[in-house]
Design a protein around this ligand. Sequence first.
Ligand SMILES: Cc1cc2nc3c(=O)[nH]c(=O)nc-3n(C[C@H](O)[C@H](O)[C@H](O)COP(=O)(O)O)c2cc1C
Length: 233
Amino acid sequence: MKKAIAINGSPRKQNGHTAMLLDPLIQGMNAAGCDVDLFYAKDLKVQSCNCPNMYCWYNEPGKCCLNDDMDLLYPRLLEAEILILATPVYIPLPGEMQNIINRLCPLLKPLLESRNGRTRARFHENVKITKILLVSTGGWWEEGNFGTVTRIVKDFTETASVEFSGALIRPHAFMMKKEDEFTEDGKLVIDATKRAGEELVRDGKISQSAFKTIKRPLIPEEELRAVLNSMVK
Ligand SMILES: Cc1cc2nc3c(=O)[nH]c(=O)nc-3n(C[C@H](O)[C@H](O)[C@H](O)COP(=O)(O)O)c2cc1C
């Protein structure tokens, strides 16, 4: 059975909008025969990387010098073929999520290459990850809000020389629900997200139509701004 690991960086964990998107994606992946290990960054005690000389590269390649809950994640990361990084946009990321991304460094071999004018590396041979997918939700209207978080995850993916499976983004995610119930549009997004999970496992990639349905506007831009501004006390 295929294996994947998903890390949800939302401090609101299973009650957040990010889970609203990640959970159906995982359901779709499960339906297509992929086992997904889900972790919430907020539940893990992960210190920020503080080693001065990149110990995991230049002292003991592959070994982090810190001991904390990354010790739970590293073995799971070694088993997975697909890594899903799920996060809300927090100009740009919640701190817990950034800590985990930084602590992925021991998975990379310390031998550097140059590709298209950029310094790149590769995962160690015992890392099976071949694809990395970003799942992200934001509160505001436009896709541009996801530029920084997308760049962070895409850049890590390119540094590791694996495939970027894309950015599954949902702007103004809170508009998928009204009085705690999914709207008809919200249900369409959920269905498309399940489909995206199935496609990722079955076809190795998510279709452009699924990406498009998931991120489509649910309200005109000016109306959304008015809704948000009306919340100011
Ligand atoms: C500190 C903070 C910063 C945020 N910054 C942005 C932002 O730059 N752009 C955006 O679209 N939404 C922003 N938001 C809204 C969240 O990204 C949005 O509500 C998201 O869906 C929350 O997901 P969650 O419920 O899983 O935490 C921010 C929220 C917080 C708390």
